[in-house]
Design a protein around this ligand. Structure first.
Ligand SMILES: [Zn+2]
Length: 435
């Protein structure tokens, strides 16, 4: 049930003590060995000795991806070459690649973090895990592989591609757990079905650990149903480690952060203030044990919440909620931070409404005005005024309570909002234009 019970169920107070001790050590490692941190800390007038409580981390400056690019490739390493066991790199599709180094201890900790996810889907040393993430500079394949080995599983390193062979291995090798991206999991499931199998009943597979790309609630359900598995959402990023930073237990409702390894904060991306647990904002991560590439207050740009409620699974580590998008998507409406994905979440709770929507922002005098265009499902009696008004009122109330912003709702005929093959254009912001 747990991979490291003494750590995963550690009483909060003890855990916070461990975090503080490790955070001090991590700050020292960064300050003493990485010129960028020394310069930044000095400029901010702080030293590692100023950390007296976990919350004191807020005194320290942030780092961002650009800092890693500017110090490409090894400028932010805190270890000499002899101690670096491996490097990984981000793809660099949006600019200069970023390189992260791992010592042998870093790699061992990574394996442990991922192995906790294997336990969350019911795996143990008797399990067979098929790793269908790509192997290479990308952290998915080797991260999941390390997890399987840490747990003592039989690891099948298929990597991605050759999907029919993947299906055949799943079946013939009696794979229990599949690890890959959600879109690849769906392709594997569909390929198996095309090949004439019903993986949900004919295969032994019972768990899946999926991450590295966004996945909608519908797609997630489809994968879980087609493969007949418990779905574990894995969070991670190459700048911090890779998959395993946070993993979703069987209770769902969030991903347990490996809090003995990472300290997470949620900040307002505009004011940079730390927000209390439960509020929506940008996830900021400080690594507590990483030797080669310590990250102090790394701004992930990922938008989520931290849930500190006790979890029925018995793990004491706080959870992050589903990712709600990137900070780049954030809108500021009447001074309130709003993410389009928050609106989407509300809409999905209304079965009468299709998932397509559009947000149109205009100025109404000095105030922002928000119009939300939604389509009713084709079988909804859009001519029945009373039912339509009832739906409008319920939707408006739900939006108001979730966003703290009043929204004007406009119903449009089914299939009138433009569909897009790629990223849908959800927001039309006309506030900067003359009206
Ligand atoms: Zn849990």
């Amino acid at each position: 049930m747990y991979f490291q019970p003494e750590i995963e169920t550690m009483p909060r107070e003890e855990l916070r003590k461990l975090q503080l001790e490790r955070m001090r050590e991590s700050l020292r490692n960064a300050y003493e060995n990485v010129p960028l941190y020394r310069e930044r800390f000095d400029a901010a007038g702080v030293t590692p000795d100023d950390l007296e409580s976990l919350e004191d981390i807020a005194k320290f400056p942030f780092v961002v991806k650009q800092d890693m690019r500017d110090n490409y490739p090894f400028g932010m390493f805190a270890r000499e070459n002899a101690d670096v066991a491996r490097i990984h790199a981000s793809s660099g599709t949006t600019g200069q690649a970023t390189v992260v180094g791992h010592t042998a201890n870093d790699l061992a900790n990574w394996g442990d973090c991922f192995a906790r996810g294997i336990a969350m889907v019911g795996g143990d040393e008797n399990s067979t895990i098929q790793v269908s993430y790509g192997y290479g500079l990308f952290t998915g394949g080797l991260g999941a592989h390390a997890g399987g080995e840490a747990m003592g599983c039989t690891v099948i390193p298929t990597s991605s591609g050759n999907t029919k062979r993947q299906v055949q291995m799943l079946k013939d090798c009696k794979t229990d757990i599949l690890a890959c991206t959600p879109s690849y999991a769906l392709l594997i499931a569909d390929t198996a079905i095309e090949m004439g199998y019903d993986p949900a009943t004919e295969f032994q597979i019972s768990g899946g650990i999926f991450g590295a790309e966004p996945c909608s609630e519908n797609m997630r359900q489809e994968i879980a149903d087609k493969l007949g598995i418990q779905y574990c959402d894995a969070y991670g990023l190459s700048e911090i480690m890779g998959p395993g930073v946070a993993m979703e237990c069987a209770e769902r409702g969030g991903l347990h952060i490996a809090e003995d390894q990472f300290y997470c904060e949620i900040i307002d991306p505009e004011t940079l203030e730390v927000l209390p647990d439960g509020e929506v904002g940008e996830l900021v991560i400080t690594t507590l044990t990483r030797e080669c590439s310590p990250m102090i207050r790394y701004r992930t740009r990922d938008v989520t919440t931290i849930n500190a409620e006790p979890c029925a699974c018995g793990r004491t580590h706080r959870k992050i909620g589903r990712l709600l998008g990137r900070t780049d998507d954030m809108l500021i409406i009447r001074g309130v931070n709003v993410f389009p994905s928050q609106i989407e979440q509300v809409i999905t709770e209304f079965p009468e409404i299709a998932t397509q929507y559009q947000i149109i922002l205009t100025m109404n005098g000095p105030l922002d005005h928000v119009e939300l265009q939604v389509e009713t499902e084709p079988d909804f009696p859009i001519d029945e005024v009373r039912r339509l008004e009832d739906l409008r009122n319920r939707l408006a109330a739900a939006l108001k309570s979730n966003l703290q912003v009043a929204v004007d709702i406009k119903f449009v005929e089914p299939k009138t909002i433009a569909r897009s093959e790629g990223k849908a254009k959800r927001v039309i912001d006309l506030r900067g234009e003359n009206q």
